[in-house]
Design a protein around this ligand. Structure first.
Ligand SMILES: Cc1cc2nc3c(=O)[nH]c(=O)nc-3n(C[C@H](O)[C@H](O)[C@H](O)COP(=O)(O)OP(=O)(O)OC[C@H]3O[C@@H](n4cnc5c(N)ncnc54)[C@H](O)[C@@H]3O)c2cc1C
Ligand SMILES: NC(=O)c1ccc[n+]([C@@H]2O[C@H](COP(=O)([O-])OP(=O)(O)OC[C@H]3O[C@@H](n4cnc5c(N)ncnc54)[C@H](O)[C@@H]3O)[C@@H](O)[C@H]2O)c1
Length: 472
């Protein structure tokens, strides 16, 4: 198969993260010979510095919040002490378990397929490895992920500036933490650290958090976040090192300055194209430098190069990375015959408490909206979790659901129901013909669905009660 310097395969995959692993699996199971290249094979961003450690920290914050909530029910808890060292040790311990289990599954890939190195393009069908070898491949999948941005003034702070890559390595909880960026990472971690007793200030240059589209839902989120966090939207921040602390000054919609023990920089994760010599791949690039590609095949132009995961800079989410990997791997194996694969409805959950969810479209010609206010929703009130709002979007004239924005208790579950209904192109009327158990958070959907029907000539389902049980 090989001469001394050149390895040959049908499909070479650059990057062994979630997308690359899925691409290699799909290519191999479709009969291609494969090579998977990664400098570390250390167990994916998701398991090591992404989804899993962040959700572990959030789980600790949830336990702390449950103690606070107990009082509402007449359950008096004595003095609460947060052992920050133990909190962070559990995060790392469980995180390491997830990463180890991912590494074990990577180790099951035949050794001859795993190439421990960095790869860069020499030509559209040829890669150079750091160890001097070359790979000649019929098709290549780029799955190199993304990396955190660290603007210069923050980089100058040295160890005081954190990103998702080292924040979970803290040995103790900081006293005061500045979080810059109120996207998914900033929001999740700002609220979690605050609920663990850290004094947190959250800054964003934009005036919308988590790219939420509906102003009503955004207002509800703002009220929720401000209960735990000192929030400053629409500001420019300037950091300076002061002794072993950081002084953050901010101007814009509000002005001030304050001292922090650390600053968490969460201002986005651009695609990881550094060092790939992408110019040698002969691809058309968009204005972010990302190869232009077809979402149904993940093929870049009419080349034999495919792209998947965060590096595609489309929907940098885990389920999309794994789906795009499968699409790219399948198509790379089938190259040049394209296999067009349907994509999921866009769906993101930010795991704040309550969670923030955005699905599908927000506005379309003739869009109708329906809303629910969770501040007085029955089951939410029973649980003392009555906060948040939901906006559903539907297309006229028949009320086909096209999208939703929400921040609501049980939001991750409501979000799944809605995403599945929206992907199936169901109408508000069809959803209302299905059972809603009482008393549940799901009954909150009924209110929004009925408003969608009420806003149009769409009929409420015949022979179904149009009233509400107590508290729904
Ligand atoms: C803090 C945080 C929390 C998150 N939480 C969630 C969540 O709750 N839910 C969710 O859906 N998503 C979440 N995400 C997003 C999710 O983690 C990513 O979308 C996903 O991990 C991307 O997978 P990937 O395969 O594209 O990239 P990665 O897993 O980063 O894999 C890229 C691989 O490419 C390798 N590589 C890079 N350059 C080269 C090269 N030149 N040669 C060879 N190999 C190379 C790297 O070593 C790496 O192994 C979170 C992200 C972060 C940062
Ligand atoms: N639950 C989840 O699914 C989850 C959780 C965490 C991360 N992620 C993924 O990771 C990606 C990266 O997350 P992220 O939060 O870093 O990025 P992001 O793009 O979601 O948010 C970045 C935020 O930083 C702000 N910002 C940019 N430059 C700034 C500056 N100089 N000063 C102040 N604010 C600034 C932006 O306005 C934006 O609100 C997300 O896009 C998401 O796909 C997903």
């Amino acid at each position: 198969m090989n001469d001394a310097e050149t390895l040959r395969c049908d499909v070479a995959v650059i990057g062994a993260g979630t997308a690359g692993l899925a691409a290699e699996r799909a290519a191999r199971s479709n009969g291609a010979s494969t090579l998977l290249i990664d400098p570390a094979f250390d167990g994916t961003t998701c398991a090591t510095v992404g989804c899993m450690p962040s959700k572990l920290l959030i789980a600790a914050a949830k336990a702390r919040h449950a103690v606070d909530l107990a009082d509402t029910f007449g359950i008096r808890v004595g003095d609460v002490r947060i052992d920050g060292t133990a909190v962070l040790e559990r995060v790392r311990h469980e995180r390491d378990r997830f990463a180890e289990s991912t590494r074990k599954s990577i180790a099951n890939i035949p050794k001859s397929i795993r190439i421990t190195s960095k790869a860069r393009f020499a030509a559209p069908d040829r890669l150079l490895l750091d160890d001097g070898r070359t790979i000649a491949a019929r098709a290549i999948v780029i799955a190199t992920g993304s990396r955190p941005v660290m603007p210069g003034p923050f980089a100058a702070l040295g160890d005081l500036a954190l990103t998702n890559e080292n924040v979970f390595e803290l040995k103790k909880l900081p006293g005061r933490l500045a979080v810059v960026g109120s996207g998914a990472i900033g929001l999740e971690l700002a609220q979690a650290f605050a609920r663990l007793g850290v004094k947190v200030a959250l800054f964003d240059k934009a005036d919308r958090m988590a790219k939420l589209r509906c102003p009503r839902v955004h207002a509800a989120l703002q009220e929720i976040i401000e209960r735990d966090v000192d929030l400053h939207l629409g500001v420019e921040v300037t950091p300076h090192k002061q002794g072993d602390q950081v002084r953050i000054g901010w101007t814009g919609a509000s002005e001030g300055d304050a001292l922090f023990d650390h600053v968490l920089v969460a201002v986005g994760r651009p695609p990881m194209l550094d060092g790939l010599n992408i110019e040698n791949a002969g691809l058309e690039l968009d204005d972010k430098g990302v190869p232009c590609h077809d979402r149904a095949t993940m093929r870049c132009g009419d080349s034999s190069v495919f792209i998947a995961g965060d590096v595609a800079a489309d929907l940098p989410l885990l389920h999309e990375a794994s789906h795009e990997g499968a699409i790219a791997g399948r198509n790379a194996a089938a190259w040049p015959a394209p296999v067009r694969i349907d994509r999921y409805v866009p769906f993101s959950i930010t795991f704040t408490d309550p969670p923030v969810v955005s699905i599908g479209e927000a506005e379309e010609d003739g869009a109708i909206s329906g809303t629910t206010d969770f501040t007085d929703q029955g089951r939410a009130r029973v649980e003392a979790r009555n906060e948040g709002a939901l906006t559903l979007y539907a297309a006229a004239p028949d009320g086909v659901l096209i999208g939703a924005d929400l921040v609501a208790p049980a939001g991750e579950h409501l979000g799944h129901l809605l995403a599945w209904a929206i992907q199936q192109k169901m109408t508000a009327t069809q959803l209302l013909k299905m059972p809603f158990y009482h008393p549940t958070m799901e009954e909150g959907l009924k209110t929004a669905l009925r408003t969608v029907c009420g806003a149009t000539p769409i009929a409420l389902p015949a022979n179904h009660d149009s009233g509400s049980p107590s508290g729904a």
